[in-house]
Write a protein that binds this ligand. Structure first.
Ligand SMILES: [Zn+2]
Length: 482
């Protein structure tokens, strides 16, 4: 069935900034602490307490703004967004309204390495997070944890530029990857350090005016964003097909039921009564600060992908996976600096090494296995000191213990037998013990040599240099035939 409607989606993304302390007080900004242990009069909104702006939050937000190609406003201002809800002890949230920190950015979104769209970033502003409510099933009360209250956030608002639920998911993944490169946040959707709400509307193809939009909340994973929006497209299309009207409302996605339901209608939503925050001065971004943040900004995923293609001759597939994670890309380039065989390094990294990284509980850069380890391992293989098979064993042990591959090879005497007099003895024994295979070979069944080769490898525990074994076998078999 051809779709009768064009889908219009815009996202509002909240990202917790990875500062040491909260936005307006000295409380630790840490996930997973005992409830209500990271609080003070400021973040609890006690009378007489005054907020002091954490400059580090500004620096992280500026990094995000530059990474998203935004224009930074040299003057921005905090505002109070008033609403009454138990997760907000002050009954207002400190946010930015008329004067956001940054605006007019864009982020290119690719699918299968083809440009899908340049998505506008309408604004990026600073705000504080609210507390968290915890509900006991079937009880008439709720718990509240204020540890998250006052945690610094950036809110990133896109234009109504996304044209399908899949595109929205890909955009969000691209945004996450970009922000992870800037190290402003760990961007974990499951822990809430990256959260996404969506505005979605449908309109008949060719129509210039936007349809009535609906806000969708509670989509807590990339998959949920796509599924939630797909459900909403279907729901709205059915209403429009019947000639009905879309209500202006906020809906909640239920991952378990696979549906959205009404949370509140927009008619009933309160006016936030924004006004300038009187307790905080405006945020002034000096040239020197902006220049410094710009210089410190790392190379971002897309330019790095292009450079890796050009500089190392990687395939698009390899470059895409390697630059998908800044740590992995750093690991790769560090390895290639010590061991200049870009293709071999990429093959090992994306094969056996990546498998081990995936099982490793920490970040790649915390692993005891470093680029120095990988480079040394590959040099051992190149020098025929160990076979490819042994290299895999050494890799695993090196990964688990952090020992250098050379040391492991020495300690376990895993070195490849490349001394021909040593191998000769083994080859002679094998030939003696396998008369049938030798006869087969002499009768023209050349494949018998493979069997003999296998026997030599077995007898040496896989440590024999295969080229040398073949050469010795052929030499000796020829002699027997004379
Ligand atoms: Zn506090």
């Amino acid at each position: 069935m051809p779709a009768a409607y064009e889908v219009i989606i815009g996202l509002e993304v909240h990202v917790e900034l990875h500062t040491t302390s909260k936005m307006f007080c000295a409380c630790p900004n840490r996930f997973g602490a005992e409830p209500n242990t990271n609080t003070c009069p400021v973040c609890l909104g006690l009378p007489g307490s005054l907020p002091v702006f954490n400059k580090n939050a500004l620096e992280l937000a500026l990094r995000a703004a530059l990474a998203l190609n935004c224009r930074v406003n040299r003057y921005s201002r905090f505002a109070r967004k008033n609403y009454f809800y138990p997760d907000l002890p002050k009954a207002y949230q400190i946010s930015q309204y008329e004067f956001p920190l940054a605006a007019h950015g864009q982020l290119a979104v690719y699918k299968n390495r083809e440009l899908l769209r340049n998505v506008k970033i309408e604004r990026l502003h600073l705000e504080e997070d609210a507390g968290k409510l915890l509900h006991d099933e079937g009880q008439a009360y709720s718990y509240v944890d204020y540890n998250r209250c006052g945690v610094p956030l950036v809110e990133i608002v896109t234009g109504p530029d996304l044209r399908s639920p899949e595109e929205a998911r890909i955009f969000l993944e691209t945004l996450r990857r970009t922000l992870l490169y800037t190290r402003i946040s760990d961007c974990k959707m499951e822990e809430g350090s990256l959260r996404c709400d969506a505005n979605i509307s449908l309109r008949p193809w060719g129509s210039e005016t936007l349809g009535q939009k609906v806000e969708i909340k509670n989509m807590n994973s990339f998959k949920a964003v796509q599924r939630g929006l797909e459900y909403e497209v279907k729901r709205q299309a059915e209403i429009l097909d019947r000639g009905g009207r879309i209500n202006q409302e906020t809906r909640r996605w239920h991952e378990d039921k696979g549906m959205t339901d009404e949370m509140r209608s927009k008619e009933g939503e309160q006016d936030y009564r924004y006004f300038p925050e009187p307790d905080l001065p405006p945020v002034i971004v000096e040239d020197s600060l902006l220049t410094r943040i710009g210089t410190e900004l790392p190379e971002l995923p897309l330019p790095r992908y292009r450079r890796l293609l050009a500089e190392y001759g990687l395939t698009p597939y390899q470059a895409e996976i390697i630059t998908g994670d800044r740590d992995l890309a750093d690991f790769y380039e560090e390895t290639v600096r010590i061991y200049y065989e870009p293709q071999k390094a990429a093959n090992w990294l994306l094969g056996d090494v990546l498998k081990l990284f995936k099982q490793f509980p920490g970040a790649i850069k915390q692993s005891p296995f470093t680029p120095l380890h990988l480079a040394q391992l590959l040099k051992l293989v190149d020098g025929e000191q160990i076979s490819g098979r042994t290299a895999k064993e050494v890799l695993e042990e090196s990964f688990n213990s952090g020992k250098m591959p050379e040391l492991i090879v020495r300690e376990k005497s895993l070195g490849q037998i490349s001394e021909s007099h040593e191998l000769e003895k083994v080859v002679d024994t094998v030939l003696r013990e396998n008369g049938a295979a030798v006869r087969d070979y002499r009768e023209g069944h050349k494949k018998a040599v493979t069997f003999l080769m296998g026997s030599v490898m077995k007898a040496t525990g896989g440590k024999a240099n295969p080229q040398l074994v073949i050469a010795l076998l052929e030499e000796k078999l020829a002699k027997i035939g004379e």
